[in-house]
Ligand binder design. Structure first.
Ligand SMILES: NC(=O)c1ccc[n+]([C@@H]2O[C@H](COP(=O)([O-])OP(=O)(O)OC[C@H]3O[C@@H](n4cnc5c(N)ncnc54)[C@H](O)[C@@H]3O)[C@@H](O)[C@H]2O)c1
Length: 259
């Protein structure tokens, strides 16, 4: 057995929501590990602009416009990716929004607009399901696959003001476990990574035990490990990348804490 962590043997990955912070960091890290990457996003222009520096490094990454909420279009995009790259070994189900129009602040559940709730569920839950649905038959016929879904600390312990998003992320974690069980005998692992508060620029934060926010690269590292050939004995696992937030709220009064 190869003793190196995160080995990839000629693998092809799809990363959804790749124009976003965690998606982009994941694309870069996979490319640098030798993986060919199909980067997809709803916002094709932003995606193209953000992946250009990776391509300029001579790494194999291509951009595809995709709306994960559209199952038919998703099937077509994945078919195109297979035409271009020959196969899909890895799916990183990263596209997700906690606040779809970026206008809504925290809201009590009973104040939420039904249309907004449906949109949140369409993107965060159906989006993950649509991509898994498109890729699984191909992975089963290959006898190999790595699926990494993005959960959230909100899906683990809840997030007041974002009940719809928290419900979706909890569902994604259980969906992950169930797909892991259904596909383990086919050489396919299915895991999730649950970020805490991740910002492009790390800042001090007393809501985590580590005392700061996390960086997109810190989440990407966990995703890349689970996506690697060497992680074949981990399935149905959720890795929280949250500065210890899952352990409970930070107790500022604990001796030695950094509050
Ligand atoms: N950043 C955090 O603090 C945090 C915390 C917990 C979980 N997460 C999860 O991690 C993932 C990535 O988060 P991020 O902070 O990088 O987000 P981001 O907002 O930077 O990127 C999300 C990307 O998804 C794309 N997208 C939105 N709707 C889409 C659709 N219908 N089809 C395809 N693409 C679509 C957006 O265009 C955007 O580029 C998400 O699933 C998010 O819920 C993030």
């Amino acid at each position: 057995m190869n003793e190196t962590i995160s080995v990839f043997d000629g693998r092809v990955a799809v990363v959804t929501g790749a124009a976003g912070n965690i998606g982009l960091a994941t694309c870069r890290m996979l490319c640098e590990a030798g993986v060919k990457v199909a980067a997809t996003d709803l916002d094709a222009d932003r995606l193209e602009a953000r992946i250009a520096p990776i391509r300029e490094q001579g790494l194999d990454i291509r951009a595809y416009e995709q709306d994960v909420t559209n199952r038919t279009a998703t099937e077509a995009v994945f078919a195109k990716i297979i035409d271009d790259f020959g196969k899909i070994d890895i799916l990183v189900n990263n596209a997700g929004v906690w606040n779809h129009r970026d206008v809504r602040g925290r809201q009590r559940f009973e104040e939420m607009d039904e249309e907004e709730i449906r949109r949140i569920v369409e993107i965060n839950l159906f989006g993950v399901m649509n991509c898994a649905h498109a890729v699984l038959p191909r992975m089963v016929s290959l006898g190999y696959g790595r699926i990494v879904n993005l959960g959230s600390i909100a899906g683990e312990v809840g997030l007041p003001g974002y009940a719809d998003y928290a419900a979706c992320k909890a569902a994604v974690i259980r969906f992950t476990q169930t797909l892991a069980m259904e596909n383990a005998s086919c050489g396919i692992t299915v895991n999730s990574v649950s970020p805490g508060m991740i910002l492009e620029k790390v800042v001090p934060h007393n809501g985590t035990w580590v005392g700061r926010t996390g960086a997109p690269e810190e989440v990407a590292r966990a995703i890349v490990f689970l996506a690697s050939d060497t992680a074949g004995y981990l399935t149905g696992v959720d890795i929280p990348v949250d500065g210890g937030r899952i352990l409970g709220p930070h107790a500022a009064s604990f001796p030695g804490s950094q509050a």
